[in-house]
Write a protein that binds this ligand. Sequence first.
Ligand SMILES: Cc1cc2nc3c(=O)[nH]c(=O)nc-3n(C[C@H](O)[C@H](O)[C@H](O)COP(=O)(O)OP(=O)(O)OC[C@H]3O[C@@H](n4cnc5c(N)ncnc54)[C@H](O)[C@@H]3O)c2cc1C
Length: 258
Amino acid sequence: MPGLEETEISKAIITAYHEKLLDRLQNDVIIVGAGPAGLMGGMRLARQGMKVTIIEKRLSPGGGIWGGGMTMNEAVIQDKALPLLDEIGIRHRPSPEGLHTTDAVELASGLCFRALQSGVVLFNLMTVEDVCVHQKRVTGVVVNRTMVAGALPVDPITLKAKAVVDATGHEAVVIESLRKRRLLADINESVGEGPMDAGAGEDFVAERVAEVFPGLWVSGMSVCAALGGPRMGPIFGGMLLSGVRMAELVSAAVSKTV
Ligand SMILES: Cc1cc2nc3c(=O)[nH]c(=O)nc-3n(C[C@H](O)[C@H](O)[C@H](O)COP(=O)(O)OP(=O)(O)OC[C@H]3O[C@@H](n4cnc5c(N)ncnc54)[C@H](O)[C@@H]3O)c2cc1C
């Protein structure tokens, strides 16, 4: 294209990104982690008109979906969660014993696409380093560029929300930041996941979604990591159902604060 000015391209990126970031200083909900639980829950909340921001430390959102099981990029979903795949528009195939398989890349990319199309704003390459706590309530997150976090002496910035969700998977990063300061009355000891029990784990991860500290919810594998649930291996239905449950609980709580 003749006459295309390179600095105009740079200006477009800088302007659009900073408008987006400025708009997200205040949120209804901040979800930390763009795995299946965070994306599914974020999509449901955004569809209800909530202002939802997801923060993802890696370049690619989708969490642990992409690699399926042992790098075989097929994801397994049980009967109970199948309507969620249909809701998102993800194709699937039946497998014995009430199981279904879906292409892991289609699941990860479909979840990302639907969440964003529902109104979620997602910042990748951004790491949550800490939370804000005011009067014994989580009121926001402290973030830095992933390339900088923990590597360079650069101060982070802060984004605020009525509700914050730890959906960081096995690491349960946000819970850990409170637990190590002994601020979580019920989970002051680091529990960690139990040994693998797929059935029990799939139930635990959805049923035990909770507000673990005022203003802070836990969803997805973080539930098992923080509360001592069993691991369940490469089956993703429970993660999606956990996101749905989180959206129900967070929506009810945030609606009350309006
Ligand atoms: C290495 C690996 C091991 C696994 N082991 C098990 C297992 O033992 N048991 C089991 O049941 N399943 C396991 N899985 C399967 C499956 O990936 C997870 O169960 C599932 O992906 C968890 O979904 P989630 O939404 O809870 O979190 P995840 O899919 O893990 O997504 C969490 C997201 O949070 C992001 N994140 C983490 N910290 C921060 C931060 N500070 N700031 C911003 N973003 C952050 C991560 O980058 C990630 O994208 C494993 C997957 C992987 C990749």
